[in-house]
Each structure stands twice: as C-alpha cells, then as structure tokens.
Write a protein that binds this ligand. Structure first.
Ligand SMILES: CC(C)(COP(=O)(O)OP(=O)(O)OC[C@H]1O[C@@H](n2cnc3c(N)ncnc32)[C@H](O)[C@@H]1OP(=O)(O)O)[C@@H](O)C(=O)NCCC(=O)NCCSC(=O)C[C@H](O)C(=O)O
Ligand SMILES: [Mg+2]
Length: 277
C-alpha cells in the first residue's frame, strides 16, 4: 500500500471467482483484497488459493492484499505462505482479538487487522499499536452477529465499535477503514453510509461490488471545489502569517495553524487521488 494516501476504497474479491478477479483490475479501487476467508466455501479454499497465486503473477494497477484464513483454521499456514511468496502488498487478518496474534506473526508485509468481534473492539488500541499493523478494517457482519444486535439504518448498535476503531487507529497513526455495505443494489443507502463513515473519521470503506467503488472514492476523496477552497484558505493563512498574525479568519471562520494543516492534508489527498492524464 502506497503510504501517500489512505485507501478510499478497498474492494473484496472472492478468490474462487477468477472472472471477478480479472474485472477487479479495471474498477479503479484504491486497493483490492483477494479473499480466501469468508467469501470462499471450505470446499473451494484450495482452488481459491491457487487462483489467487495465479492472479498475483501479473502486475496490478493498485495495491493488492490477501485476506487469509484466520489463526487456528486448517488453511492459515498455506494461505500466508502463498501470499508472502507471491509478493502481496499486505495481509488482511480476520477476527483479530488481541495484539499477540499480530505480534507473533513477525511478518514482513503490512498487516491489516479486521476488528469484527467484541474482544477485538475492546482490544483495538493494542492491536493498532502492534508493529506491522497498517490499518484496522471493521467487519460489521461478524461483529453484529456476535453482538446479537439488530440492523439499523444509522448503525446505532455498532456506533461504539465504529468509533472505537477510529480512535484506536488514529491514536497510533494507522488507517481506519469502514465496514462493507451488504445491499449491492442500494446505491442511496451505500452513499449515506459512506457519509456517516467519513463523518466518524474513517479514511475509506471496504466494498464488495464494482458499483460501490466510484461512490466510495468520491465519498472519501476530495472534490476539485474542496481542494480549491483549501488552497484559498492556505493563501489567506500565509498572508496573515506574513503580517505576523497568530490567527486569522477565512470566509468568516477562525483559522489557526491546525486548520491550515488540515487544509494542506486536503490538498495532498486531492493531489494523490486525482485521475492521472
Ligand atoms: C455480492 C455479490 C455476490 C453479487 O454478485 P452478482 O450478483 O454476480 O453481482 P453482479 O451480477 O451485479 O455482477 C456484475 C459484474 O460485477 C462482477 N463482480 C461482482 N462482484 C465483484 C467483486 N467483488 N469484484 C469484482 N467484480 C465483481 C461480476 O463478476 C459481474 O462481472 P461480469 O460478469 O464480467 O459482468 C458479489 O458482488 C460478490 O461476491 N461480492 C464480494 C463478496 C465478498 O467478497 N464478501 C467477503 C467480504 S464481506 C465480509 O465478510 C466483510 C467482513 O468480514 C464482515 O464480517 O463484515
Ligand atoms: Mg467477517
């Protein structure tokens, strides 16, 4: 994963769907997660691993991660060995519940820990602090099942967990990535959940369908207008500082160094994610 910007969209692709893996190369996701875990039935695990090995032989237009089967499953070692030998950009570890699981792996690729159990949520800060962890991914399907909570349009039952993941990741300079949205035909619902996730502080969202990629990139990206407003704020701040002022106003609002830093982050993200000519 390039460190230049957080992944706005991370597309899960089941390892037992070679056609979907081919298509994933063309969809413009910031990252792809080739899945060997819950999207692949037990009887297809070995074939999926070979499909992923084959898919990793050719270059991808974006960082490619592999979600391996978890610790204690029959497939964990062969999955990790294949992925590491194939040269993935990172490993997605499912159902991580404590930092020891991550620390004991001593792997040389970035790890993206899935927080999708109550224990994982309670230990999210220690997991985020573990060396080698690049980000935390929320697994809302597994988490909701474990919590025995009910679906809610604003995800009220999950809000504490979502905010815990953002807090833990941000506290340790890691990327928090929001959960998937299951209804692949509900574009409006997906867009609403993206707005909620960005409002909570997530830097991006895991997605499960091609139609969700552009919407996630837009929701977690920076528009030309937002980038221009940020540049205008930076210009006003530079002028104020040149006059020796410690604070300024822009468009009627207070501007301090932190606001200028935030504006620079916005411009940097716009630069890093705008389509290349
Ligand atoms: C959800 C789906 C099963 C829907 O599949 P389908 O009905 O086939 O979709 P479409 O007919 O609309 O497909 C249109 C074309 O798009 C391709 N496609 C579909 N999904 C993907 C994908 N993820 N990546 C790439 N390409 C995709 C189809 O092949 C069609 O292509 P073509 O025939 O060439 O036109 C399906 O979307 C799917 O399987 N999604 C991924 C599911 C998945 O990965 N699940 C695991 C992650 S979710 C999870 O568990 C997270 C966490 O652990 C938790 O606990 O919450
Ligand atoms: Mg899960």
């Amino acid at each position: 994963m390039t460190a230049s910007f957080p992944p706005r969209s991370m597309l899960y692709v089941p390892g037992d769907k070679p056609r979907a893996m081919d298509k994933a190369r063309t969809l413009g996701a910031d990252a792809v997660i080739l899945d060997l875990e819950d999207a692949v039935a037990p009887e297809h695990k070995a074939a999926a691993r070979e499909n992923v090995r084959e898919a990793l032989r050719t270059p991808w237009p974006c960082p490619v991660l592999v979600r391996v089967n978890g610790t204690g499953t029959p497939w964990e070692h062969e999955d990790r060995e294949m992925a590491l030998l194939a040269g993935v950009h990172g490993l997605v570890l499912p159902k991580v519940e404590d930092a020891g699981t991550v620390r004991d792996l001593h792997l040389r690729v970035p790890l993206w820990a899935m927080i999708e159990t109550p224990a994982g949520v309670l230990n999210a800060a220690a997991i985020a602090a573990a060396p080698g962890v690049a980000g935390l991914l929320v697994g809302a399907n597994d988490l909701a099942r474990a919590l025995r909570c009910r679906p809610h349009p604003e995800r009220l039952p999950l809000l504490h967990a979502l905010e815990s993941v953002v807090l833990a990741a941000r506290a340790h300079g890691k990327h928090p990535v929001d959960a998937v949205f299951n209804d692949v035909r509900d574009a409006a619902g997906f867009a609403r959940e993206c707005v909620q996730g960005r409002t909570l502080g997530f830097g991006g969202k895991t997605v499960i369908h091609p139609a969700q990629v552009p919407a996630a990139n837009e929701a977690f990206g920076v528009s030309d207008e937002e980038a221009q407003a940020a540049r205008d704020l930076l210009a006003a701040w530079t002028a104020a500082r040149a006059e020796g002022k410690s604070v300024a106003t822009f468009a009627g609002a207070l501007v301090e160094q932190m606001h200028a830093d935030e504006a620079q982050d916005i411009v940097n993200l716009w630069e890093a994610t705008r389509p290349r000519a």
